[in-house]
Design a protein around this ligand. Structure first.
Ligand SMILES: Nc1ncnc2c1ncn2[C@@H]1O[C@H](COP(=O)(O)OP(=O)(O)O[C@H]2O[C@H](CO)[C@@H](O)[C@H](O)[C@H]2O)[C@@H](O)[C@H]1O
Length: 626
């Protein structure tokens, strides 16, 4: 008996629909190589030339099927195709089948997976090519999860050079297609670069405005003054990419699903409706707006509208009037264009990155002025909690950390802690609670609360490390606090992915007093690394961190961290104190919290299946039309 362990998007897709994928009769194929091999695999249909590649979800290993030689062998026709499958258990295997069989496989595969989509992500950042925060993480890993499920996926983002992660972007090759984009009073030529990696076409739009020092949005002097131009260009280019780029020999074509992320990509749904559909192009395309942070909307004076390359009658979609209290002076009419608002109006579906946040943005407290509009679109608004890249963030194999560990053997965790203490120049004390903070130094992240609570926090026998960049005042405070409390506090000013992994692994507690948090990734990374999150009970933090209850489950306890509310210094201090006391005095409970966090399923599987569902709903409805 020959046993292959395979898993595939089709299995996960049907499981999301409620059916047990393991109830399905396994499909067996007699192959030319003399073996029976089962193909519930996602076949890269768009690459169906003779050098076939069968893509499997290499990271998943959900189902195993016994392949027996008992069934009647199916006839293998003379004309055979040969391809290679990558299976975790057996490595790379060459298989052969007839063209008819191949067609059957595709048919069955399509029936299982539902509709195979051409998905075009549009984003200002995608890790590892560019990253300033969680948007980069999500757009670097969700596309791969969707490609694993059998979809054809392209990610379009700027080709930043002299930026944060040039080395990775430099691997992408010139596709050889140049186009001219009309906007901002002229024609601007852009080129496209591409790298095919992990089943995804990573496409980079090249233009001189993306080549400058600093991060994708600004430099030490603040945000770039031409960001509206830079991201308008990105949106126009992203709309052209599926039509003009022969990636792997074939364009994506018009029947696409655009998944546009935050305001930088938010002009895309407007362009589909205003620039393309009137000419019969993109009639079957749909768009989903993913809101990672409603606080940033891409608002500029209304006089900039003619620059955007839209027909004048579309002004209303972008029109935005500031409330009187926020206008500059009494004669200021407060007229502006708001790009995110335009996408909320014109996108076929809207997704936020947690269910809690999906509700919060429809309230005046969380809506950043757009709550009323969002309430009118509630029917198409869903929350899908982010997953994480569990390969990149895996304490058992993380290349950034000095020791490895897992839920089965936690011994490496304390070694990581001691190594971190040594690296930071703190005294090496495995018993002293080490608390960490990682993030943008911004009002959103509640760093002001940390600053005001620090004198109280440091009265306790703890160590504290902060990693972050952003607000110059907070950066100064971190440096000053480090000088004042050399025995207990370290402030690492800057953006450093490797250090963020070592802090996540080395700390006992991760503090996240975010004022609002659409999803939050650091608490997910922390749980995966057995680092206990203490978080403000808001948005995605409330959805993902379960408050510790020592009495639940017949005294075994349940929960993966602490959530505090309201957002005040006192309630945060109380939560931190309870956490540090539990760490010191109740090691069994502590280990339980760590292990429950580490055992959580944080993969993208569930989120990717939900994105698929939303895409299917988008396809059922007609596209946005005025
Ligand atoms: N100085 C530094 N050095 C190294 N790494 C650093 C760093 N500062 C931040 N990071 C990293 O950047 C990412 C931040 O992710 P978050 O989800 O916390 O925040 P962000 O607010 O940017 O994202 C927005 O989008 C994401 C994705 O949807 C939502 O989870 C979130 O709530 C929303 O605000 C993490 O990977 C973190 O480790």
């Amino acid at each position: 008996m020959d046993v292959l362990h395979v898993s595939c998007g089709a299995v996960a897709a049907s499981s999301s629909a409620g059916a047990n994928p393991l109830d399905r009769a396994p499909r067996r194929r007699r192959t030319g190589s003399g073996r029976d091999v089962m193909f519930p695999l996602s076949v890269n249909r768009w690459r169906d030339d003779l050098s076939l590649t069968w893509c499997t979800a290499q990271r998943r290993n959900e189902a195993s099927y016994a392949l027996e030689d008992k069934e009647d062998p199916e006839t293998v026709e003379a004309e055979e195709l040969t391809g290679r499958i990558e299976l975790p258990s057996v490595g790379s295997t060459e298989v052969t089948m007839s063209e008819d069989e191949y067609e059957d496989v595709i048919e069955e595969d399509q029936a299982q997976i539902g509709i195979r989509l051409n998905i075009v992500f549009v984003t200002a950042e995608a890790a590892p090519y560019s990253k300033t925060g969680g948007l980069g993480d999500v757009c670097g890993s969700l596309p791969i999860a969707l490609a694993d499920r059998g979809h054809r996926v392209m990610v379009v983002s700027p080709r930043y050079l002299h930026g944060v992660s040039d080395v990775n972007i430099a691997r992408a090759a010139d596709v050889g297609s140049k186009i001219k984009i009309s906007c901002f009073g002229g024609e601007h030529e852009v080129a496209f670069f591409q790298e095919y990696r992990a089943g995804v076409d990573w496409v980079f739009v090249d233009h001189p405005s993306y080549r400058r020092a600093g991060n994708p949005y600004g430099d030490k002097y603040g945000a770039y003054g031409d960001n509206q131009f830079r991201f308008t260009l990105l949106c126009h280019a992203a709309c052209e990419a599926p039509l003009v780029l022969p990636l792997g020999g074939f364009t994506y074509g018009e029947k696409c699903l655009f998944l546009v992320n935050d305001w930088h990509a938010a002009l895309v749904p407007v362009l589909l409706s205003a620039k393309y559909r009137p000419y019969g192009v993109y009639k079957d395309a749909r768009s989903i707006l993913a809101i990672h942070n409603l606080a940033h909307q891409g608002v500029e004076p209304d006089t900039t509208f003619p620059n955007l390359g839209l027909p004048s009658e579309w002004y209303g979609a972008l029109e935005w009037v500031y409330p009187t209290w926020s206008r500059a002076h009494a004669l200021d009419p407060g007229k502006a264009v708001n790009i995110l608002k335009a996408a909320i109006v014109t996108a076929d579906r809207i997704v936020t990155v947690s269910q809690g946040y999906a509700w919060e943005i429809t309230t005046p407290e969380g809506g950043n002025g757009l709550d009323e509009l969002l309430r009118t679109r509630k029917r198409v608004l869903n929350g899908i909690t982010n997953g994480i890249d569990v390969d990149d963030w895996d304490p058992a194999s993380d290349k950034h950390i000095p020791f490895h560990y897992s839920v089965a053997d936690l011994s490496g965790k304390v070694k990581c802690k001691m190594a971190l203490q040594k690296e930071l120049g703190l005294s090496i004390r495995p018993d002293c609670p080490l608390i960490g903070f990682i993030g943008r130094l911004d009002m959103q992240k509640g760093t002001d609360l940390i600053m005001s609570a620090m004198p109280d926090l440091l009265q306790d026998d703890i160590q504290f490390v902060m990693l972050g960049s952003g607000d110059p005042g907070t950066e100064q405070w971190m440096k000053a606090s480090e000088s004042a409390h050399r025995d207990k506090f370290r402030g690492w000013v800057g953006f450093n992915v490797s250090v963020s992994h070592r802090i996540t692994a080395g700390c006992d507690i991760l503090l996240m007093p975010s004022r609002f948090e659409p999803c939050g990734l650091n608490q997910l990374y922390a749980m995966r690394y057995g680092t206990v999150p203490v978080v403000h009970c808001t948005g995605g933090l409330r959805d993902t961190v379960e408050n510790f209850n020592p009495y639940a489950d017949e005294g075994r306890g349940e929960g993966t961290g602490w959530t505090f509310s309201p957002l005040s210094k006192d309630s945060m201090l109380r939560a931190v104190k309870v956490a540090t006391r539990t760490y010191r005095d109740h090691s069994v409970s502590w280990e339980g919290i760590m292990k429950r966090g580490m055992a959580k399923d944080l993969t993208w599987d569930s989120a990717a299946a939900q994105y698929e569902q939303v895409a299917q709903w988008a396809l059922v409805d007609p596209p946005y039309a005025r």
